[in-house]
Every structure is written in C-alpha cells, then in structure tokens.
Design a protein around this ligand. Structure first.
Ligand code: PHE
Length: 344
C-alpha cells in the first residue's frame, strides 16, 4: 500500500470518529473546518503531493479529490440526519393531537353593564328611548333648570366637582330631563344612563364616580300610580317576581311630591333580623323619584295644566349590589378576574 493510501485510510478513520462525535450543527461545522477547511487535513495532504515524483502526482491528486468529495457527502448526510432528528424530537415533544385543547380566556360583561342592559331592556320594551348626555354640564342644566336656584340649600347636597365657575361634572343624571324636554314636545318617555360624579369619600357604599339611570315620562294624564306600577315592574324584572316597592315621602326641588323608593330585600325579604344587606329592616333603598315639578315643566316650555310626568334617578351600582349580593362597591373597580368571571 502506498504511503498516500495509508495516509488517506488514517484520515478517513479520524474523520469517521469525529463525525460520530458531532451531535449538533456547531460540532459538524468544526469537523468540516478541521478536515475540509482551507488549512484542514485534506489541504495538508494535497501539499504533500509536491514531494512525489512527477508521474505519480496526477493520480495522487485524483485520489485526494475523490476522498474529499466523499467526505463532503458524508458531512451533508450527517447534517441532514441531525436536522431530521431535531425535527422528530420537536414533534414528539410539542404535538400531541389527543391532548385536550386549552380553553381560551373569554371576557364577560361587567356587572354594571349587565344591570344597565337589563334595566334598559325593561324600559325599551315599554316604548322608552335611551338617551345619553354630557358628563360635563353647565350649572344651568344641573341646578337652575331643575328648580334649584343659586342660593338654594339643595345645592349643598350635590357636592360637585367644578371645572370653572359655571361648568361641573354632573352629580346626577337629572340634567337629561331638561335636555330631553327642550328637544322634544310631549309625550316623552326616556331613560338616561350614565356616569355621575360627587365629592364623596370612597367607602363600601360610596364612589366619587358612579352610574345613575334617570327615567322620565311626560304626557297628558300621567300620575303617581304610573310611577309606582312602572318601578314595581322594574324591580320584579330585575330581582324576582315577589318583589314589593315602598315609597317614603322625601324632598327634591325638581319633583313634587317626591319619594325615596325602597324594594324588599332580596336576600332576606324581611325574615332575617340580622340581615347584612338591609340591616334587618327588610327594605333596600333604590333612589329618588317623584312627579316632575310644574316649575321644571314651565322652564322647558311645557304647560303644567295639560301635561304631567314622573321621574326617577337610581344608582346602578346600588342595583348591582342588590342583584348580585355584593358587599362593597369598590369591588366593581378592582378588575379582579375571579369577581368578574363569577358574575359574567
Ligand atoms: N337626581 C336625584 C339624585 O341624584 C334623584 C332623582 C331623580 C329624584 C329624579 C327625583 C327624580 O339624588
């Protein structure tokens, strides 16, 4: 065996051993550089050709080239095998078509929105329109037009955020009574939900930003009985068929007579003396209501001799507390997924 043949055999053995060791792309690359690279083993062998007698040189050159080609082919095979291996391993690890799918996280309607939708649905079925108004109002709509003159003590009850001398964040949705009646001739039947703001300290029952829903019905011959029937129906729609409502005399400058509206405590219905929701009274307060004051009707150009109307304003957070048995209004704003999912 010629010296070159011996050298090629030894080279081949070393190459095979190195290839067997290489178990990733980088190791394969290192093998290529060591054997087939510019100053690799094959190049060293090629240089040795110069020491051979001239007639042996072409044959030796061909032998080395053939060996180099064979090595390159084996390197490519090894690379392909490695990639297949990686792919198979990936496949085995990541795809199990029998594995149960992970359920996507679904959003849900916020409890405030759900109560709002239900109240709106009740009134829409009875022919009421839903109207929306600005949260920043001139004091004319918030107070003056609602029969609350500048020096009227009732202004104190609405502890408002003023943006200027005359502009404020609305502390109730009642301005929408004025805006609606100024825009339309009677009969009008609207509900107006929306955000309101008052300078209240935050606790379990109070937020400085909250939602109200205003109701207004004005037409010839409307009387207090219509108000009672409508609100009784609303409470039964929201809380169940056995609900009762109770009206306590109250005072608002824009309604006469005025009332505070209570509904039976849905948790205890008055049978549990220690009830945490109603304090054992059996009743829960919903908000204010009454017959639209003649001064308010006159202010918007209506004739109190020919039309009359009722109005109410309830807190939506309060309706949600009752409906979902929530103990603290701050929960509405915490965005706790457990809370939202449970009610969603
Ligand atoms: N706007 C009153 C409040 O926020 C509630 C109310 C509305 C009372 C309509 C009577 C009529 O306290």
């Amino acid at each position: 065996m010629s010296e070159l043949a011996r050298n090629l055999n030894a080279l081949d053995e070393r190459f095979a051993a190195a290839l067997a060791q290489a178990d990733d792309e980088r190791a394969l690359d290192a093998v290529r550089v060591a054997f087939l690279g510019r100053s690799g083993e094959v190049t060293v062998l090629r240089r040795s050709i110069g020491r051979l007698p001239a007639h042996e040189r072409p044959g030796a050159g061909k032998e080395i080239n053939d060996a180099a080609l064979a090595m390159e082919a084996r390197l490519e095979d090894a690379r392909a095998a490695l990639q297949r291996h990686i792919f198979d391993a990936d496949l085995a690890q990541s795809i199990d078509v029998t594995f149960p799918a992970i359920a996507p996280v679904e959003g849900s309607l916020h409890p405030i929105r759900r109560v709002l939708n239900d109240v709106c649905a009740y009134f829409e079925r009875r022919g009421f329109s839903i109207v929306l108004g600005p949260e920043v109002e001139p004091d004319y709509y918030v107070f003056d037009a609602l029969n609350i003159a500048t020096d009227h003590p009732a202004r104190e009850g609405f502890d408002s955020f003023f943006l200027s001398d005359t502009l404020l964040l609305r502390p109730h949705t009642s301005p929408m009574q004025i805006r609606t009646m100024q825009l339309h001739t009677p009969p009008v039947a609207v509900i107006a939900p929306g955000k309101c703001y008052r300078r209240d300290a935050v606790d379990a029952r109070h937020l400085y930003q909250f939602n109200q829903i205003e109701g207004l019905l004005v037409a010839p011959g409307i009387h207090f009985g219509h108000l009672k029937g409508t609100l009784l129906g609303m409470c039964r729609h929201l809380f169940g068929p056995d609900q009762q409502v109770r009206f306590r005399p109250s005072y608002f400058p824009f309604t006469e007579p005025s009332a505070e509206v209570d509904t039976t405590c849905p948790r205890c219905a008055g049978f549990v003396t220690q009830c945490k929701m109603c304090g054992g009274s059996g009743w829960i307060e919903l908000g204010g209501a009454g017959m639209v004051h003649p001064n308010v009707l006159r202010e918007v150009g209506y004739d109190p001799e020919t039309v009359s109307g009722w109005a109410f304003g309830f807190g939506i957070e309060r309706l949600g507390l009752i409906r979902y048995d929530i103990d603290d209004v701050r929960r509405y704003l915490e965005n706790d997924p457990d809370f939202l999912e449970q009610l969603g």
